[in-house]
Design a protein around this ligand. Sequence first.
Ligand code: GUN
Ligand code: FE
Length: 410
Amino acid sequence: MTIIYGTIVHTPIKGQLEVLLNALLLPGDTKVHYLSDFQFIIPGLIDTHIHAPQYPFTGTCTDLPLTEWLNKYTFPCEGKFEDTEWAKTVYNALVRRLLRNGTTTAVYFASIHLEATQILADTTLALGQRSLVGLVSMDRNAPDKYVDTTETAIAKAEKFIQYCLQKQQPTRLIPVITPRFIPTCTIPLLEQLGGLAKKYNVPVQSHISESKDEVAFVHALHPDVESDTTLFDDCGLLTNRSIMAHGVHLSDKDVQTMAQRGSGVAVCPLSNAYFANGLFSATRFFQQHQLKMGLGTDVAGGYSPSMMNSMRQAVISSSFWQDPALQVDWKTALYMATLGGADMIGLGDVIGSFAESKQLDALMIDLRTPNSPIDLLWDESIELLVEKFINVGDDRCIIDVIVGGKFVTP
Ligand code: GUN
Ligand code: FE
């Protein structure tokens, strides 16, 4: 058995940090780790929205509005995952990078390819990352080489669900119904995907009310439909396991509907800054509707595969609200990146904070590693150490990564 002894920090309540000094964690191998003064443990980070096949162009190509960006860069880049060797190379590099950055659970959009998506699922299992993986469904408004018919899309989605369920790892590998977004899906496709979500009782993910051009595109396709929310709801795609990315242009009525269904939003502050034409009302939607929320990187709409950057940008973006009461502080950002995200993706009883009844997904942080970006501290209270790590730290300060009690540090 490994026993970890030292300072443990988590956010069991939104906006509040709980510090446990001289605590013991019992993950399950043989050594005792005594944490030193500049070391502490936090829960593993949960990326609730990331596009795995977009990893190769992360950090480039964010110069166009969303729908043009999809056509010029995204669809061609995702189309390459027909090549399974390319999928192995990229997915191996990505999952290792995410683990190194402290992402112990990721909710992935893959591509429309069955084999490559199976490779992504296998890679997360092999490297020890917890994952929710979706084969992307689309049957229109995409290039001829990168689109399915409704029948093929449904057949592939169902095969992928069965592939994951047959691994029997219900808290490790969860298949997700993944209509890309309304513009690339016909109504029959959306309805049949809603049917699959019900038949297999699996989560759903998509993009919702993301940007002005996306909202206009949906309005042009469906002039009689009130919003993305009403259409998803009519097709059975708003469940208590729905993870909807962005939501910047949701109305209060939409949010009320989502909250009533138990659906949540994967807030992606970095990509919202590039593509969304607005700010997400995180604090207000939480206060008024108790909307479930997690944070996502949205690689490659977001330039960074690190949840540290999502947390920072969540704080920065919220500072543009004039009313200080609407701003998100770093503790709330940490909550959204851990327990908030866990609750939103239906794993709140399993991960997200430290409790005897939960599995142990954790990061061992050390602010004094040889290459640490943190040189000086003017005060050594635990809260300041954690704040410093959140704002200035990076993978050089994450010395170990634990998933389900096992060390999976890449
Ligand atoms: N909407 C539809 N597809 C995408 C995507 O790949 N990224 C983002 N940010 N929005 C989308
Ligand atoms: Fe996205």
